[in-house]
Design a protein around this ligand. Structure first.
Ligand code: ZN
Length: 205
């Protein structure tokens, strides 16, 4: 453990970055497993998240994610009601909405979703914006995006990959007798790098 406050701070920061990189790697494994699974098994993992309006709210959002065939289908739905219409229909509509779209996640598939899948449009990269209305004074906006799942891995792999490169680089520099941070030659000053001020492990023991 380095003795100076700055040294200790950079030590803690380094450890924190390491933990974040590990967590990120685990998430990447999870995303990768979901992708591989959904490619083999034509089955959904469906995530629904949103909120049902309370008394004086006239709109609500629902995000629906479906993983299948190596694809992710993300659908954002916005329902809007004119206040006068909503007051009359609120209770019925809330009940219908809860039944049709229970918030949560589900490993099973609705027959509607299977019917949608049989159309090729749902198996290609696409996006669309549809507007429809179930009642007068009601409007629903639906944005649908279908895209491959594998690019979702990239953000989760960036940090671990960068950490791995840094680790290999600093080990190589240390072996060569150089500063692990900036690469300055430390043979003349083995305790502390004169270029960037980094303490070497020899100095902290
Ligand atoms: Zn240095």
């Amino acid at each position: 453990m380095p003795h100076t406050f700055r040294g200790r701070l950079s030590h803690v920061r380094g450890q924190l970055r390491f933990i974040i990189a590990i967590v990120s790697l685990f998430l990447a494994v999870g995303v990768g497993a979901l992708w591989r699974r959904s490619e083999k098994i034509i089955e959904f993992v469906e995530l629904r998240w949103g909120h049902v309006p309370r008394a004086e709210e006239y709109s609500c959002y629902l995000l629906n994610l479906q993983f299948y065939d190596g694809l992710l289908r993300a659908q954002l739905r916005r329902d809007y009601f004119e206040p006068e219409v909503f007051k009359g229909k609120a209770d019925n509509w809330k009940r219908d909405f809860h039944e049709a779209f229970p918030i949560g996640w589900d490993g099973s598939v609705s027959s509607d979703a299977i019917a949608n899948l049989s159309s090729t449009a749902e198996r290609e990269i696409s996006h669309e914006h549809a507007v429809s209305s179930a009642w007068e004074g009601h409007r629903e906006d639906i944005w649908t995006f279908v895209f491959p799942q594998w690019p979702l891995l990239i953000p989760f792999l960036l940090l671990p990959a960068w950490r791995a490169i840094q680790f290999i680089r600093s080990r190589r520099l240390k072996k060569a007798g150089c500063c692990a941070v900036c690469g300055y030659d430390l043979r003349a000053s083995p305790e502390r790098c004169p270029e960037c001020g980094t303490l070497t492990p020899a100095a902290s023991t």
